[in-house]
Design a protein. Sequence first.
Length: 94
Amino acid sequence: MSTFGEESKTTWVKLISQEGESFSVPIEVAKMSALVGTMLGEDNEEEEKEIPLPNVKAPILAKVIEFCKQHAKDPMTPFEKVLWIILNALFLFF
């Protein structure tokens, strides 16, 4: 299982890949994905939620999480934002 940063009062989300591998990430990082953000809705409960992603393989999910973590710390340029929107659209349909 992968985690991000130190455990604190941050709400965490557990993303489950196609193979059943779980990745715990802060809710702010998870919501950078349009798909996950939609699945979470506006709920900001204290308990950790599990989001199954049956069409996403673990290595791909790990790369997406790595990207989101990086850009949660270091905001994207306008060009990167456009690319992220395109990638999110592809992620929703495949």
